[in-house]
Design a protein around this ligand. Structure first.
Ligand SMILES: *Cc1c(COP(=O)(O)O)cnc(C)c1O
Length: 391
């Protein structure tokens, strides 16, 4: 049997009969297994699985449609979807490392990525070496001989730092170190790291790619050969995305560009409205001239993204009052959705950080992270300014 056309609804009308419907959307193939015409077809799967279908942990047409879309968005040859962003990162690491190898772990990363390296990978003999965000390319060049992979992010959480992605990717290439770039905050609208020389781009599709806070998923994109290695891990570890969740991702990605372009615009307007407010110590947003990586951001990014942070004078008690006074902006973790969300790093992502670690990263006890949604920019800014006045 030939490959079901993606976007065409195949209906089994009866034994061996298939109806093909030219639907405008990709159907949810809610099937765990697929029919073979003959024993020869079944046997052929093992020789050449490409374009054949066996079992949903291995491949699902709705998921494959999402993977092709992500590969196209990233300018990559291939992509693999996962049940979460952490499952995607896990597979990227398992496909890239073996016992005795060193993983270069950037010091500014999503907290769970650090815990995955420390609590899981280290137990299997992977040496974890922390490398500084500032001067990352030089740290890669000076890495120990057993360094096999680097994981880094941009924009980072919650300070929105922007790495010199092409320089870091080139430093990795020169040393034979696989670069793994978590592009969740950037989205492919603002930054496409594969054309800049990165080996593997990882996404929590839970965030901007889906964009509606109703989907949990992840993806890895890269060359066909590297993604095949990642898929081999997925087949054994079983982290494939569910077909219904793949549909939510496909639907979200249809509006990715319009959403992110609007969020870029809104976040910049909100950041400007907050900057200079007497109760605000500092606003961090890559497209503000005051951001430490502003020049890099203007070169690498199409927009500053939908996330900004600001530090309220008075530390945690003051930011807690601002947080609790919000009306339009929801008090919630996560980011990249159509609703604006606010969270306090020192009681969420950076709960266990010491004062010295916070200071080194430029995070304050009074920092609030805001992910702007699709509400009117004036309304979001007014809510934040009113909460600042009341607090
Ligand atoms: C949310 C997030 C993850 C983890 O993704 P899940 O889908 O929650 O597993 C990884 N990296 C970054 C930067 C994230 O924001």
């Amino acid at each position: 049997m030939s490959e079901p056309k993606l976007g065409t609804l195949a209906v089994h009308a009866g034994e061996g009969e298939t109806l093909s419907v030219p639907a405008t959307t990709t159907p949810v193939y809610q099937a765990t297994t697929y029919r073979f015409e003959t024993a020869a077809d079944a046997a052929a799967y093992l020789d050449a699985p490409e374009g054949r279908w066996l079992y949903a942990r291995l491949e699902n047409p709705t998921v494959v449609a999402a993977e092709r879309k992500i590969a196209a968005l990233e300018g990559a040859e291939a992509a693999a979807c996962f049940a979460s962003g952490m499952a995607a990162l896990t597979a990227a690491f398992l496909a890239s490392l073996r016992a005795g190898d060193a993983l270069l772990l950037c010091d500014t990363l999503y907290g769970q990525t650090t815990r995955l390296a420390r609590d899981v990978l280290e137990r299997f003999g992977v040496e974890v070496r922390v490398v500084p965000f500032d001067g990352l390319a030089a740290a890669v060049a000076a890495a120990p001989r057993n360094a096999r992979a680097l994981v880094f992010e941009s924009p980072t959480n919650p300070t929105l730092r922007i790495a010199d992605v092409p320089a870091v990717a080139a430093a990795c290439r020169a040393r034979g170190i696989r670069s793994v770039f978590d592009a969740t905050f950037a989205s492919p609208v603002n930054l496409r790291a594969i054309p800049l020389g990165v080996d593997l781009v990882v996404h929590s599709t839970t965030k901007f790619l889906n964009g509606h806070s109703d989907h949990l998923g992840g993806a890895v994109a890269g060359s066909r050969a590297l993604v095949d290695g990642v898929l081999a891990v997925r087949r054994s570890t079983g982290g494939n995305l569910d077909a219904a969740a793949a549909y939510d991702l496909l639907r979200g990605m249809k509006t990715l560009e319009v959403r992110v372009l609007r969020q870029n615009e809104t976040a910049l307007r909100v950041a400007r409205a907050l900057e200079g407010h007497p109760r605000v110590e500092r606003v961090l947003y890559p497209f503000l001239e005051s951001h430490p990586d502003h020049a890099m951001a203007r070169v690498l990014l199409r927009g500053g993204g939908g996330v900004l942070s600001f530090t309220v004078r008075g530390g945690y008690p003051a930011v807690a009052r601002v947080h609790d006074a919000l009306r339009l902006v929801a008090r919630a973790s996560s980011l990249g959705g159509v609703e604006s969300l606010a969270s306090i790093p020192v009681i969420s992502s950076h709960r266990n950080a010491t004062d010295a670690e916070l200071a080194a990263q430029g995070i304050g006890r009074g920092t609030l992270r805001v992910s702007v949604g699709l509400e009117d920019a004036e309304d979001i800014a007014a809510d934040l300014l009113r909460a600042l006045e009341q607090a």
